[in-house]
Design a protein around this ligand. Structure first.
Ligand code: IMP
Length: 194
């Protein structure tokens, strides 16, 4: 069976994809291929960072690979935190990142925001990009304890609860990451039957 590397160290994310691509690809992660380098994410866009990761593996390990990069874009903050989402407050602490967002959004009327994921699939030397977006708004206070990152302050459009109040199974159906993954999976399945 053809092999496909997912440029992640997250075992949970790997299992999810492994199940979705069962019978089509053998999905390996960075640990499986012995890649223990902290691949730099120095680009100014999600596309750029995802591509840096997928092409690193493709070049150094000569294997097809995909990588994702995600973040929160807030309209009133010129799409910040964006690619800096994980370390917006200069720390990787979610609570501190949320505090900084709430401080910058204090008194701001336009609360529109979106989560975005871009996947770069490097296949036979070609880069295929898949994007997933979910729009919503930034709450003025935290609500909920599930999820991670900015979930307690993000309310997706069409809901009156935050991502952190939502069951994981529900979030995983509508999230930016899920949408981007669905697009890539459809592309790979389509290709296999073409
Ligand atoms: P990554 O590229 O998936 O590692 O995401 C980068 C950062 O964006 C994370 O560290 C979080 O701060 C934020 N982020 C991405 N996806 C989500 C989400 O689904 N909920 C909350 N925060 C997220």
């Amino acid at each position: 069976m053809k092999q496909l590397v997912f440029a992640t160290n997250n075992q949970h994310k790997t299992e999810e994809i492994r199940m979705a691509l069962e019978g089509l690809y053998e999905v390996l992660n960075l640990e499986d291929i012995g890649c223990f380098v902290d691949i730099p994410e120095t680009a100014a866009t999600f596309e750029g960072n995802a591509t840096l990761k997928s092409s690193y593996v493709a070049e150094h390990f000569r294997l097809d690979c995909f990588a994702d990069d995600s973040g929160l874009e807030i309209e009133a903050l010129n799409n910040e935190p964006g690619v800096y989402s994980a370390r917006y407050s200069c720390s990787r602490d979610s609570q501190e990142n949320i505090n900084l967002v709430l401080q910058k959004m204090n008194g701001v009327e336009n609360r529109k925001a979106r989560f975005k994921t871009v996947i770069s699939l490097m296949q036979n030397g070609q880069n295929h990009l898949f994007e997933g977006v979910i729009t919503g708004s930034i709450r003025t206070e935290l609500s909920g304890a599930k999820g991670f990152g900015y979930d307690p302050i993000f309310q997706p459009d069409g809901y009156n609860i935050t991502f952190a109040e939502m069951e994981m199974s529900e979030k995983n159906k509508i999230s930016h990451r899920a949408l981007a993954l669905q697009k890539m999976i459809a592309f790979l399945r389509n290709e296999a039957t073409a």
